[in-house]
Design a protein around this ligand. Structure first.
Ligand code: SF4
Ligand code: SF4
Ligand code: SF4
Length: 199
């Protein structure tokens, strides 16, 4: 009698598992499907919001900059995120470069004592008499603006300072912007990230 009852319990369990297993799998797949659809919808929505919200970066307006030198010392990073940029379309390729040579240099050569840049970040290459090309090694530049001032005073103004966005920490309040005496540093949207001379 006991064996009969055990057998019937086993049968019921087996039948239950046969009846319920497919339903559970279906439910599981349905739930997983809904979860996946919701995740995809959520990700798409976030992407949409990101695309819609304007992203901003700090930018220097070279026309306002008065080359005060604070960009080299006031950035929160050890080596300032501000570096010198050279617009070669504007450069005169001059033999005597106001951004490269010290005003009192006795010779117009590449000797260290002839150079204005304190870190040797400007490279001078002979093109043909009397033209020379000047290139900035941004890794060495500290944004001191000495060359920018020299070029603005004696040259075409092809050297200027800019916040390099791949280095900048993107502080909510840029310490340079707060300290800049010329209010030359402002937030702009990323589609205008780098200043470019108009026309
Ligand atoms: S702090 Fe302002 S004025 Fe001074 S070097 Fe930087 S951008 Fe130019
Ligand atoms: S003079 Fe100053 S701003 Fe110009 S390249 Fe050298 S370190 Fe940079
Ligand atoms: S936002 Fe911060 S890291 Fe970038 S230039 Fe300004 S102070 Fe330097």
């Amino acid at each position: 009698m006991k064996k009969q009852s055990d057998d019937s319990k086993e049968n019921r369990a087996e039948s239950n598992s046969k009846n319920h297993a497919p339903v559970n799998r279906r439910d599981f797949l349905k739930t997983a499907g809904r979860f996946l659809a919701l995740s995809v919808l959520g990700a798409t929505f976030l992407k949409f919001i990101k695309l819609k919200s304007p992203v901003t970066v700090w930018q220097i307006d070279p026309k306002k900059c008065i080359h005060c030198g604070l960009c080299a010392t006031e950035c929160v990073l050890n080596q300032s995120a501000v570096r010198c940029v050279h617009d070669k379309d504007v450069c005169g390729f001059c033999k005597l470069c106001g951004g490269y040579h010290r005003p009192n240099a006795s010779r117009l050569d590449t000797a260290a004592e002839s150079q204005l840049c304190p870190t040797g970040a400007i490279q001078r290459t002979f093109i043909e008499d009397p033209y020379y090309e000047y290139s900035i090694n941004e890794d060495l530049c500290n944004g001191c603006a000495k060359c920018v001032k020299g070029c603005a005073s004696f040259g075409n103004g092809s050297l200027y300072l800019q916040v390099r966005h791949h280095i900048c920490a993107g502080c909510n309040e840029c310490r340079l912007a707060m300290k800049c005496p010329a209010q030359a540093i402002t937030l702009v949207t990323t589609d205008n990230a780098y200043w470019k001379e108009e026309g």
